[in-house]
Design a protein around this ligand. Structure first.
Ligand SMILES: *[C@@H]1O[C@H](CO)[C@@H](O)[C@H](O)[C@H]1NC(C)=O
Length: 406
């Protein structure tokens, strides 16, 4: 944080006047109005946004950016901007999904251990947000968000963040406010239509809000997709034409543990799964309604994908430069999911685009699966570990052991 204040202020001023370029990517199709491409069950009202659709070659490419953690440091945020631009340029996705912890709201939570940034308070989150969505706007790529556990820790609530994105995102934001009866805010779905000439939904992407901490009645551990949200999902889906469906959620569901130990996997696990403290039934509902792939973020040091009882459970790759991780030897990256018309999303082709431009094709790694993790990891500090910078600081300030540490 050794950035001169004048520089900080100048950059903040610049960012707060930077407004995204609103536009529609040609490939997203100019079909405005009728049909729409998404729904939230909350009534909607907006009808003019681009219809997502499969390409002529019957594929549809999603770029998952997860855990970008803007707001910790301007230099890191600038690197995350470049990271986003590189990922988008390399993959030319049809949709970008930001799967939570886009912003480290915790930096504006008063703490005795560190000073608050000077610009916390009204407008702090929006300044980060405008910077964060600038790369997708510059590229003209439609995008959608689901919230993480850190986004709503600063000056905006979950509902307010969704409103902000709808307001600032123009036609490119497909984010929608979830229905009032569903806990959280980022609960909605997007239909992907068939290739040009087809007006029917051909795939469906659910964005589900896994909240922050706690899963009532349990008042500890990580958040969950609430039962009221699942009830809404279940009743909504029964009124929709059945199509191949997948979901994005920030906090992994408990079955991510089982997927690692009991199922074929690709990719790696370098930390305990910090899953929802309680199983609210998303996995069983997914099996019931044919929602066959669930992608999460949250654990920066895991990037595996497994196939459990016909459902793909997969992490993204830690994207961007805020926050802890990824572990030594890994590059930051983004999961790419290529849907194919009519194909089961549990079988979609997927790979990791890495920050240096290389592609990691995830193979069964042969990594020993280790001692079975029985509980969802729930201690944030132990889970998230210190950042590189904090580690350096700690090494510099090594104190002799205190009595209570022995
Ligand atoms: C979903 O809804 C159906 C009725 O449409 C019901 O039979 C089923 O039990 C529900 N599933 C869950 C998990 O609530």
């Amino acid at each position: 944080m050794a950035v001169p204040t004048t520089f900080l202020v100048a950059l903040m001023a610049l960012l707060s006047f930077q407004s995204p370029v609103y536009g529609i990517r040609q490939q997203a199709g100019a079909e405005l109005g009728g049909g729409g491409s998404s729904g939230s069950g909350s009534g909607g009202g907006l009808s003019a946004y681009p219809a997502l659709r499969f390409r002529d070659d019957q594929t549809f490419k999603i770029l998952q950016l997860t855990d970008l953690h803007y707001g910790e440091d301007l230099r890191l945020d600038a690197k995350s901007d470049q990271f986003q631009r590189d990922m988008i340029a390399a993959e030319q996705p049809d949709l970008v999904v930001f799967s939570g912890d886009m912003v480290s709201g915790w930096v504006c939570v008063p703490s005795s251990e560190r000073p608050l940034p000077v610009d916390c308070g009204p407008g702090w989150f929006e300044r980060r947000w405008r910077q964060l969505i600038a790369p997708v706007h510059a590229a003209g790529v439609p995008y959608a968000i689901t919230l993480g556990n850190h986004d709503a820790e600063a000056d905006l609530s979950r509902r307010e963040i969704v409103d902000l994105d709808v307001r600032t995102g123009g036609l490119l934001s497909l984010t929608r406010q979830g229905p009032p009866q569903a806990t959280g805010a980022s609960n909605y779905y997007l239909d992907v239509h068939g290739p040009p000439g087809s007006d029917r939904p051909a795939a469906r992407i659910w964005l589900l809000d896994s909240m922050n901490r706690f899963c009532p009645p349990l008042m500890f551990g990580w958040g969950c997709v609430a039962q009221d949200t699942l009830a809404w999902l279940n009743s909504t889906i029964s009124g929709l034409p059945p199509v191949p469906s997948l979901a994005f959620v920030h906090i992994p569901i408990p079955q991510f543990k089982e997927a690692w130990y009991d199922a074929p996997t690709v990719g790696r696990k370098e930390e305990d799964v910090a899953c929802s403290v309680r199983d609210t039934g998303l996995f069983n509902l997914a099996r019931e309604v044919g929602l066959t792939a669930i992608y999460s973020g949250h654990d920066h040091n895991n990037d595996y994908a497994g196939l459990l009882h016909g459902i793909r459970l997969a992490y993204g790759r830690k994207s961007g430069y805020g926050g802890y991780g990824p572990p030594p030897g890994w590059l930051r990256g983004a999961r790419v999911i290529q849907l194919r018309l009519g194909e089961d999303p549990a079988q979609s082709t997927t790979w990791i685009r890495q920050a240096d431009g290389s592609v990691a094709v995830q193979e069964p790694s042969g990594q020993p699966k280790g001692m079975r993790q029985l509980e969802c990891h729930s201690d944030e500090y132990g889970q998230q570990g210190p950042t590189d910078e904090q580690q350096q600081q700690q090494q510099q300030q090594q104190q002799p052991l205190k009595v209570e540490d022995q």
